[in-house]
Design a protein around this ligand. Structure first.
Ligand SMILES: NCC(=O)N[C@@H](Cc1c[nH]cn1)C(=O)O
Ligand SMILES: [Zn+2]
Ligand SMILES: [Zn+2]
Length: 474
């Protein structure tokens, strides 16, 4: 009865909840863009204001500075919150991030990226709508739904929201460790909603993530950009050097070429290998999510293994290269190539950094170029591997089944949420990853979307999760 009342109220409030999400996505809180850093602060204020209106006690914590593009820049505050403090109730710590990846209409978006549009397939389109503002607004809406139904919220909420997740969660680890026995001391468990279903039909619970180690290398030589007709063939070109080094990192079939990297990877046991046989996933899911038939492997088993349990290396971009239209005959003077490695058990960030740096410097040195290469390790977040055999996952599973009418699959994910492992270790509490969006939402891509159905059911899922949590006899 309680849940039916909540579900009905949520359905009636649909337009209001969408409007709140539209307000959140209209703030372009891009953590990686120094010019947009004030918008990350604005978003922190938005989160504080909205939860305060709901009666939560919110505060902003200053976490100091970091270096960005060679400059010392203040980090956006961490937002902490508390909603309810009844000692007879369980306490769950929820985490979300309020920053987003960069987006610009000229990247190929069909609509303005920071204006929420609902298309004719009932999909909400905007940057951050699924990653991670939809789930964040989902929690606000769940609290509001309980209030408007006149129902007591069944658990205490502790909140930890950050604005630097898409830039490596700088500064958050220290705060979590410092507050583990203070602000977060009462947490019985941690719930993070920042992952996605594997496909588009079946809900999942996520119990593993890859880590990410992000690198860049600058190659520079001439004092300024040069005319290729005048100087081509007579000088060492930074771009040619950089491409040679970048090409030495990975093969087109995804094989990482850095010596020693694969030695760090935990061996696949036959028990783990069997787990992949029962996952509900089709090669067409990959084709639909990428919008093209470009799979490296022809079967789902190897595809999922390379997404979840093997490392991958991706080349992301080259700063300083000519990228405009037309045919400019330039030799760029200074270029900065960016790439990252998704890491898996048992890779250690420091070992990875050393192997990568040694390889890059060795390959560059073998070129015999008179240009200069500088290697940068930008940030590193750890992988996380847990087990779904825990009462907290039973709670998540029961809640999911009540809302979707089907038991969720238990899956891992190829992306990274660097603080997951920090929460688990510092608080010594179970962490459940409870997704809202689908596998084809296009997080980080153009036309990022969140299906209206997932948003509405996601709000119901959060309401049901706290209801089930309160009933759990642990
Ligand atoms: N939804 C989680 C997510 O997108 N995480 C990012 C984390 C990251 C680290 N460095 C840059 N981004 C991811 O890319 O997995
Ligand atoms: Zn995210
Ligand atoms: Zn993201």
């Amino acid at each position: 009865m309680t849940l039916e009342t909540l579900y009905n109220l949520i359905d009636q409030k649909k337009d209001e909840f969408i409007a709140l999400l539209a307000k959140a996505v209209a703030i372009p809180s891009v953590s990686a863009d120094a010019n947009l850093r004030p918008k990350v602060y604005e978003m922190a204020d938005f989160v504080v204001d909205e939860f305060t209106k709901l009666g939560a006690k919110m505060e902003k914590r200053d976490i100091g500075f970091h270096e960005m593009d060679g400059q010392k820049v203040p980090l956006p505050p961490i937002v902490l919150g508390q909603y309810g403090s009844d000692p007879s109730k369980k306490t769950v710590l929820i985490y979300n991030h309020f920053d987003v990846q960069p987006a610009s209409k000229s990247d190929g978006w069909s609509t303005e990226p920071f204006k929420l549009e609902v298309d004719n397939k009932d999909r909400m389109i905007a940057r951050g709508v699924t990653d991670d503002k939809g789930p964040l607004i989902g929690w606000m809406s769940a609290v509001q739904a309980y209030q408007e139904c006149g129902l007591d919220f069944p658990v205490n909420l502790l909140m930890c929201f950050e604005g630097m997740e898409e830039y490596g969660s700088e500064g958050l680890d220290d705060l979590i460790r410092a507050e583990a026995q203070k602000y977060f001391a009462k947490a019985d468990c941690v719930c993070i909603s920042d992952t996605y279903w594997l496909g588009t039909k079946k809900p999942v619970l996520t119990y593993g993530l890859r880590g990410v180690s992000y690198f860049s290398m600058t190659v520079e030589g001439p004092a300024a950009d040069l005319h290729s007709g005048v100087f081509g063939g007579t000088v060492h070109e930074p771009m040619t050097d950089l491409i040679a080094v970048m090409s030495s990192l990975v093969k087109p079939n995804g094989e990482i070429l850095i010596p020693g990297i694969m030695d760090e990877v935990a061996e696949l046991t036959s028990e783990e290998d069997r787990l992949y046989d029962t996952i509900d996933y089709e090669m067409s899911d990959l084709k639909n999510a990428t919008g093209a038939d470009i799979s490296i492997y022809s079967d789902t088993k190897r595809t999922l293994q390379h997404r979840w349990r093997y490392p991958t290396l991706s080349l992301h971009g080259i700063e300083g290269a000519f990228s405009g239209s037309g045919a400019k005959t330039v030799i760029p003077a200074k270029v900065n190539g960016k790439f990252s490695i998704r890491t898996v058990p048992n890779m250690e960030p420091e070992t990875v950094r050393k192997l990568v740096q040694d390889h890059v410097e060795k390959v560059f040195s073998a070129l015999g170029s008179k240009n200069k290469l500088t290697f940068h390790a930008l940030h590193a977040g750890a992988w996380w591997s847990s087990s779904p055999n825990h009462w907290h996952y039973d709670v998540g599973s029961r809640a999911t089944e009540r809302v979707f009418g089907v038991k969720p699959d238990f899956v891992r994910e190829g992306g990274s949420i660097p603080v997951t492992v920090t929460f688990e270790h510092a608080l010594n509490r179970n962490v459940l990853l409870l997704p809202m969006g689908r596998g084809d939402d296009g997080a980080h891509s153009i036309n990022e979307k969140l299906d209206l159905d997932n948003f509405m059911k996601g709000i119901k899922l959060f309401c049901t999760y706290v209801h089930e949590l309160a009933l759990e006899q642990q």
